[in-house]
Write a protein that binds this ligand. Structure first.
Ligand SMILES: Cc1cc2nc3c(=O)[nH]c(=O)nc-3n(C[C@H](O)[C@H](O)[C@H](O)COP(=O)(O)OP(=O)(O)OC[C@H]3O[C@@H](n4cnc5c(N)ncnc54)[C@H](O)[C@@H]3O)c2cc1C
Length: 372
């Protein structure tokens, strides 16, 4: 079957989560034509469709801001049209929390992301599933997509995989590693009590969770670790959470609450990551010649830690025009992965991938050979 080209772009970003949005905006700001392809109809990925409504800190826990740029724009955007819990130290009103972090409304954030992406000159394609990269040896000439309009091919100079599951990279032949997950199923609930007119808006949102400890004390020890590598695995994972939630609801007074939203993507912390030119292992103080920036550590045990992230974690050296960003970068299980996967770090690696893509195009070289 011959597929005609539906368009040609300098950069194609597959996946409109936090990493993909950051990558697309970053490349567009460097003057490149950018197509952002998202399989759902809302931007934000896990942060919005996955109902993860807590933007982990941009600071090191000792009052030093670690991440700036697009990540900071995104945390401000996440709370621009809705409630927040930003601490006084970082320009908010909250006197309890200390770190540059905030709760946000996933729904409102998602709406704001559309405007953000479009106003930065990115061409957006929703409801479009990028199925396969088209490979000429180890060079990717573009991606095949499926949508309501049928099958299409989009041509690109550089492809950025921001899928959260590294499916484009894996199908291109880049070696990947599958990750392990704990069962999590979070839904957002509204109850009559929190609807009273004099209630603080911060209290509107409550959680109903299955399998994940929302108290912040870690994960239940008796929960098995789960690898999701196929649609059957994902179906089993999602059904487990949904049926558990329904079981709980059956025990409630049905007049007293409403579940406002259920996640529209699996709340898997990790699906796959690539094996890159270098690994990000989150070692405090370790320096890299190709550092793309530094982040802190969101965990209480990580207060004061500073981690540089190597650019080498964003590509595999055997592939000249594919970059990755977000939770699929080359960060092995352990501290590197824990730190790489949260929203601020995903924004940081996304911004770096967008700039690197623009640099490779401008310098007419492979992604491994760019000069800063
Ligand atoms: C249970 C849980 C709790 C978490 N808690 C927090 C927290 O409190 N704070 C925090 O900061 N982080 C938290 N995280 C981590 C964080 O939310 C995510 O890791 C981060 O948002 C991932 O961003 P991403 O852009 O890399 O990937 P994703 O959010 O997965 O985005 C990928 C996007 O790509 C799209 N896509 C995938 N494949 C294709 C394709 N082939 N074609 C087109 N589109 C495609 C998807 O629809 C999605 O929109 C949590 C994660 C989980 C699972």
């Amino acid at each position: 079957m011959k597929i005609n080209s539906s368009g040609e772009f300098n950069v194609i970003v597959v996946g409109g989560g936090i990493a993909g949005v950051s990558a697309a905006v970053s490349a567009a700001r460097c003057g490149k034509t950018v197509l952002l392809i998202e399989k759902s109809v809302n931007l934000g990925g896990l942060a919005t469709n996955g109902l993860i409504s807590w933007f982990e800190p941009l600071c090191d826990g000792n009052g030093n801001q670690m991440i700036f740029g697009i990540c900071e724009e995104l945390i401000q955007l996440a709370i621009k049209y809705c409630f927040d819990t930003l601490p006084v130290e970082w320009g908010g009103k909250n006197r309890e929390r200390q770190r540059y972090a905030s709760r946000f409304s996933p729904t409102v954030f998602s709406l704001a992301l559309d405007e953000y992406v479009i106003s930065n000159g990115v061409k957006l394609r929703l409801d479009t599933y990028a199925t396969y990269p088209v490979m000429e040896g180890n060079h990717c000439s573009g991606v095949i997509c499926e949508s309501i309009g049928g099958r299409e091919f989009f041509k690109a100079d550089i492809v950025i995989d921001a899928t959260g599951d590294a499916s484009i990279s894996q199908r291109a032949g880049i070696p990947t590693v599958a990750g392990e997950n704990y069962m999590t199923y979070l839904a957002h609930m509204l109850d009559k009590e929190s609807c009273l007119p004099d209630k603080d808006t911060n209290l509107i949102r409550k959680w109903e969770s299955v399998g994940s400890d929302m108290s912040g004390n870690g994960h239940p020890k008796d929960m098995p670790k789960i690898i999701c590598n196929s649609a059957d695995d994902v179906t089993e994972y999602m059904l487990y959470g949904k049926l558990k939630l329904l079981e709980r609801l059956k025990k409630r007074d049905r007049d007293s609450f409403d579940i406002m939203t259920i996640p529209s993507m699996p709340q898997l912390r990790t699906i796959r990551r690539i094996i890159g030119a270098n690994d990000f292992n989150a070692v405090d103080g370790m320096e890299f010649k190709d550092s793309i920036g530094s982040c802190g550590d969101f965990r209480p045990s990580g207060i004061g830690k500073h981690y540089q992230i190597p650019y080498g974690a964003l590509y595999n050296p055997g592939f000249d025009n594919i970059l990755v960003c977000g939770r699929i970068i080359s960060a092995p299980a352990g501290d590197g992965w824990e730190v790489a996967r949260v929203i601020p770090t995903c924004a940081l690696t996304g911004e770096a991938a967008g700039k690197a893509a623009a640099a490779a195009i401008g310098q007419n070289c492979g992604v491994a050979d760019i000069r800063c």
